[in-house]
Design a binder for this molecule. Sequence first.
Ligand code: NAP
Length: 273
Amino acid sequence: MSNTYKKLAVLGHPIAQSKSPLIHEYWIKKYGVEGAYGAIDIHPDDLEKDFGALITEGYTGLNVTAPHKETIRKYCDYFDDAAYEIGAVNTLHIKDDKLHGSNTDAYGFAMNLETSFPDFNWTKGPAVILGAGGAARAVAFALKEKNVPVMKICNRTIFKASNIAADMGGFVMPWEERREAIKNCNLLINTTSLGMVGKDSLDMKLDVLPHDAVVYDLVYAPLMTPFLLDAEARGNKVVTGIGMLLYQAQKAFETWYGILPDVDEDLRKIVLQ
Ligand code: NAP
């Protein structure tokens, strides 16, 4: 464990909605380590100009969120495998003037499912990913790491699904065929922004989904989306998106402090307030 003071923050645009300061400040206090975690809003047009200044201000670590996860890679000296393969960085560790870029989203995705259902068998059958944006790439990487036998990716914009399938393996299914895609699936994941507060809901018929499939929504506002409520009503096990947020943060905190912090009930209550 390091007792050195760490200057930390999340970088994005916009950033006021980010829960990361709440999460990391909770752990800094709980574990009695030295540091402070803030939020930095940088417009994409100003990244080139403002990012260098940020480094000279003595930051030890940063979380990076939309829209900078891909563009920030050009400042990194090193990548971990996940950041390299996903093509996006969500955690920076600045050490000896070198920038280490990592991606903890895939870890967060998998840990959330495994802590919710410890008996879940990743290799039992196909997984279907709805969506092919940034979050879907991290999910696809996690599924590949877990040796999921078949991965199907359904997205409205087909070339984005094709890009993920080319990089991570898997099959592309047209958005219109998403009901067909889930027929024999073991894990169904919504990575689209549909169902989020202020967005349209996800139009997904679940009538052919096996009753023992796990249904996972990355959206966490609301916590129980209409998609998850439908799945729960027909007896499927469901996983909400909040744990992915907490576990990706857990790994980032470990990167900076060398402590793997607990994702406890008090923390869940704080972020869900
Ligand atoms: P993104 O890169 O903007 O991707 C958005 C995805 O939603 C794309 O696949 C897009 O399809 C699809 N989509 C949007 N509107 C649609 C519509 N009307 N019909 C069909 N598809 C539609 O966003 P992201 O970063 O991947 O994030 C996606 C969601 O995951 C967000 O709700 C975000 O909050 C959540 N998320 C949660 C966590 C967590 O920790 N729980 C982490 C990351 C992201 P097209 O490609 O066709 O546009």
